[in-house]
Design a protein around this ligand. Sequence first.
Ligand code: ACM
Ligand code: ZN
Length: 498
Amino acid sequence: MKLPVIPYPQQVKALEGSYTFPESGPQIRRETVHELAEEAYKLTISPEGILIQSASESGFLNAGRTLRQIIRHTPNRTLPCCVIQDFPRYSHRGFMLDCVRHFFTVAEIKKLIDAMAMFKMNVFHWHLTDDQGWRIQIDRYPLLTGIGSKRPYSDFGRDYEPGEYGGFYTKDDIREIVAYCTARCIEVIPEIEFPGHATSILAAYPELSCDGHPVQVSTRGGVHTNTICVSSEKTMEFVQNVLTEVAGLFPGKRIHLGGDEAPKDHWMNCPHCQAYMEEHGLKNALELQCDFTNRVAEFLKQFGKTAVVWSDSIKGHNLSPEVTSQYWVGDINLTTEHLNKGGKTIMSTCGVFYLDMSYGQTAVSTTYNRFTLPPDVLPECEAGVLGIETPLWTEFIQNFERLAFQAFPRAAAAAERAWSSAEISNVDDFKARFKLLYTDLMEIGVTPAPEKLWDMSKPKRIWDALKYWHHAMTRDDIQKFIAQMKRERKEVEYEKQS
Ligand code: ACM
Ligand code: ZN
């Protein structure tokens, strides 16, 4: 028996008979069973009715999600009798939404959260700051939104959108999203990017960079060289004050500090940064970035929070194992090193879980079946892999319809990979179940990509990928990309020299 459920439960035992419930709805009993794990549940359908057992609210909600899918997609109000014992493979099943490159309203984010909840995704990672905008109200620094939330136009790849573009979430907006997530047992991880992707900060407060030069909020994508000075007291005070307000808004235990794609050029020419490195025995700029992250992570402890960073931040080898790394690209052995020191990681491998890629680049079967773990992790450190997260960067996502198209069914595929046992690996079976659940998503206003795009033939995939890159990259972008590659090579040289 295969149930119309995503993510597929860990254990399904068929029983004799069926339960036909009245038009008024099924008979559901709920029981607390303390022995069950957080998020786990036992769901029994017997001829007399339905019994849900769980230890926690999250387990109860998860049982309800499974039951709802079964009820909606089983004909004649007649459910097959069975016992479902279910629990997640990984505790972290996340979705990251970039609300900087394009802004999404509170109502739209709630629709996304409903869709996440349907597939038992339990972490909403909210990317709130970047080069192209600052999107969270911070009372102490009003220019972050006053100046930093707006750009004069948008110019991503071959997309040009004239006219000022902006927006930010007030503290009330944020409380509303947090409450919406909390009611669904979803943790919100806000991401506040330091030290790179900081152009919107420096447009508002240029004195926080190494050279203090004025900059404008960026209108384009790619990597920017505008980093904050990681060694001045003024900058650290700013970071701490911002994070104090952020910590007060988000009840979750984690704050994401970004840390990806932070060019080191300014620090190498900054007297503060050079003196700091000398004083603290830091051999290179990669170590300097880790040291900065460690100091900020230490500061967050007073709020009972831990830091998460993109995996670029582990390149210095001195990142505290208390900081969680989110792997997206680059040398996976660094993630192994971090895990083997007792660190934790979230897996967001770019070619597998990035939802902004076209379906030609990342097919549904790729997201479903290409999850790999870091190699050579010590058995006692394997539990450091917390789970899977699907990032959706929005340079080319101008509205919610496109967001839904990019996200589904791939986010559901990732959700199944992160929840279900590794043996559940038949992508055709996943697709058949997803097609049944299509209407559930449509009803909450989330329209997935059409089936013909999910797994295209090879020539179509190549054509689709070429179209994507043609759209995303102008000549100028390609030159910038090459410059970034050179910079990364220089980082390796910094390391060798030290
Ligand atoms: C990233 O995609 N820059 C984390
Ligand atoms: Zn500096």
